[in-house]
Design a protein. Structure first.
Length: 248
């Protein structure tokens, strides 16, 4: 993926990794369209960062995704990069049947949201001479956290889907990348923004921006590699036990 000269739509970029990556890509010389549910946050971003465009979108709502995709394609027909950033992570107690309520919400957002976005953009992107789809999984796709089982499973699904998408689009102009974050200091989970075990946000995005121009499959910062390759290293069970202890 070229690092500048793109028009990039990033739903789920009103905070955390998504916002910081959007700002870095904007500074690198790209046109950026940020999507999110909360209009107050979108208005603040547009005010604080002149030149960045915003679109309201709820990726858990199929009709709203259709509306937002149509709006982006009409207002910004040159859009050639889609980064499916939106995601939810919640703790679950699987001994309590009520966990299914959290699970359904996470599946709607973390799996169906990206798939609906890709479905809405794929024909548009294939028609362009140079385009990229970037999905966002997690190190927990490969070494799950017992305390967040549905989140981990949704990210495994995104990893698997991305591999298939890459193969199916191999003969087109669309490159397919998978961003695989470790734990990063954001508000994804309570207390994570200050946690010593999480990677500083600026350090993470610094490394991603360095890797992005040459990435062909997965974007892996050094901090995520122990999770990504735990099974091959033979220590996946030990890491899962450590993650379970970390989340109580």
């Amino acid at each position: 993926m070229r690092i500048s000269g793109n028009t990039i739509f990033i739903p789920g970029a009103t905070s955390g990794i998504g916002l910081e990556l959007a700002l870095r890509l904007f500074d690198a010389g790209n046109r950026i369209i940020i999507g999110g549910r909360r209009t107050d946050m979108l208005a603040r971003i547009a005010r604080d960062h002149p030149g960045i465009e915003t679109i309201r979108i709820d990726v858990a709502d199929a009709d709203d995704v259709d509306r937002a995709v149509t709006e982006v394609r009409q207002r910004f027909p040159e859009t050639n990069v889609l980064i499916t950033m939106a995601g939810l992570m919640r703790s679950e107690d699987l001994s309590d049947p009520a966990f299914i309520q959290t699970a359904v919400t996470e599946v709607q957002t973390n799996i169906l949201g990206p798939l609906r976005l890709i479905a809405g953009f794929v024909e548009h992107l294939v028609a362009l001479p140079d385009a990229t789809i970037v999905t966002v999984s997690s190190g927990l796709a490969f070494t799950p956290m017992a305390g967040t089982p549905t989140y981990s499973a949704t990210k495994s699904a995104i990893h698997s889907f991305t591999d298939s998408l890459r193969i199916q689009l191999a003969d087109t102009s669309v490159g397919v990348l998978e961003l695989v974050p470790p734990a990063v200091q954001t508000d994804l989970m309570p207390g994570q923004a200050e946690a010593e075990w999480a990677m500083p946000l600026n350090d993470f995005v610094d490394e991603v921006m360095t890797l992005l121009p040459t990435a062909t499959r997965e974007i892996l910062v050094e901090n995520v590699k122990p999770l990504r390759f735990a099974e091959a290293a033979g220590n996946r069970d030990d890491l899962m036990a450590g993650l379970a202890h970390l989340t109580g």
